[in-house]
Write a protein that binds this ligand. Structure first.
Ligand SMILES: Cc1cc2nc3c(=O)[nH]c(=O)nc-3n(C[C@H](O)[C@H](O)[C@H](O)COP(=O)(O)OP(=O)(O)OC[C@H]3O[C@@H](n4cnc5c(N)ncnc54)[C@H](O)[C@@H]3O)c2cc1C
Length: 326
């Protein structure tokens, strides 16, 4: 059996591991301490924040069937928040979504945790080098230590990081260079004394903020009131390299302005900067496969920058590699 290294334990990497483990010996290598990637949940004291992906939509039949199986297993729930738009445009702020939204429970990382079960996952190792060693690929980490040698290397890191990691000779380099990703800031507010809110989520227009969710009101969550705010990608992109304490203060001020609520000094307040949150221009291909070299890449940047796009890209790549290696 060939030995495959998968870089990244987000949804793409874990789906690849699941689909390829009958065809190969698979090792997933993840730089963070846990699985989930951008479907992440931060725990801080009793507070919980989904500070990456907020919810999932399912437009295609394959992803719907995948979510259905996880709904049945209880890893995923439908989310129908009391939704408003801010500022109130005078047409009545309350609104509803036409397509259903789903969240993993009790945190957005729970779906990936369930998918990770039974797979060989090496956490806390950042792949820094991918170099040819005879017929195989040798992976090294950021300390210069060897990780191992593999017949195949599949990267699910965001496009810019994959572009840097995979060798220049990889046939997907042009598509990687064409893809563009944008940043986002997530502000996490933990409140000892809860705000009295008549809504669970808000879509925000014409402000640095684009989205607010009462994280603690999502299905399956427990604990004190946790509020998660996200900026627009455009605002984040323009403010990525500014002093982070100033950005945090501005985003908090924006929250108070658009909601008309005063939070005082929250018990927990933190800002997370995502350099590669969403996709401004996709790679123009469903996945990138260089079978002759034993290299490939996939992720949400092959599509619309959503969880479903990550799923579709990894699913397509898994099928193509399984066909290739038999
Ligand atoms: C703020 C924010 C809000 C979002 N909101 C939504 C939403 O509401 N709905 C939606 O559908 N999608 C949303 N998304 C997008 C969604 O999170 C992604 O589309 C999806 O999670 C991508 O999964 P992935 O596995 O392709 O990539 P990732 O989740 O990014 O996984 C890649 C993994 O690779 C690891 N990695 C990278 N480099 C290395 C390395 N050198 N060595 C080892 N490991 C490495 C990373 O740590 C990461 O775990 C949001 C994303 C962000 C950031």
């Amino acid at each position: 059996m060939p030995h495959i290294a998968i870089i990244g334990a987000g949804l793409s990497g874990l789906l690849l591991a699941h689909r390829l483990s009958d065809h190969a010996q698979v090792t997933v290598i993840e730089k963070s301490r846990g699985v989930g990637g951008r479907m992440s949940t931060r725990r801080a004291d009793a507070y919980r924040f989904d500070h990456g992906a907020q919810y999932m939509t399912a437009r295609g039949a394959e992803f719907r069937a995948f979510l259905d199986s996880h709904l049945e297993a209880g890893h995923v729930a439908r989310w129908s928040p009391r939704l408003i738009s801010l500022p109130d445009d005078g047409a009545g702020a309350a609104r509803s979504w036409t397509a259903p939204r789903y969240v993993a429970q009790p945190g957005m990382n729970s779906l990936c945790k369930a998918m990770a079960e039974g797979h060989a996952i090496r956490l806390g190792i950042e792949v820094a080098t991918v170099t040819r060693k005879g017929e195989a690929w040798a992976l090294g980490d950021t300390s210069g230590d060897a990780i191992g040698t593999f017949d195949w290397v599949l990267s699910t890191a965001p496009s810019v990081q994959t572009q840097r990691l995979l060798p220049q000779g990889f046939s997907g380099q042009g598509a990687l260079a064409a893809a563009r990703m944008m940043g986002c800031y997530s502000l996490m507010i933990g409140l000892a004394r809860p705000l009295d809110l008549t809504w669970d989520a808000a879509e925000v227009r014409d402000a640095p903020l684009a989205w607010i969710a009462v994280n603690s009101a999502k299905p399956g969550r427990e604990g004190p009131q946790s509020i998660l705010c996200q900026t627009s990608n455009a605002w984040a992109q323009d403010n990525l390299d500014r002093d982070q304490a100033q950005v945090r203060a501005e985003v908090l001020e924006c929250f108070e302005q658009v909601t008309g609520l005063a939070v005082g000094t929250p018990q927990y307040l933190a800002l997370h900067r995502w350099r590669y949150a969403s996709v401004a221009r996709d790679a123009g291909q469903p996945y990138l496969l260089d079978a002759a070299a034993g290299l490939a890449a996939c992720g949400d940047w092959c599509g619309a920058g959503k969880v479903e796009a990550a799923f579709d890209s990894a699913s397509g790549l898994a099928r193509a590699i399984a066909d290739h290696i038999g």
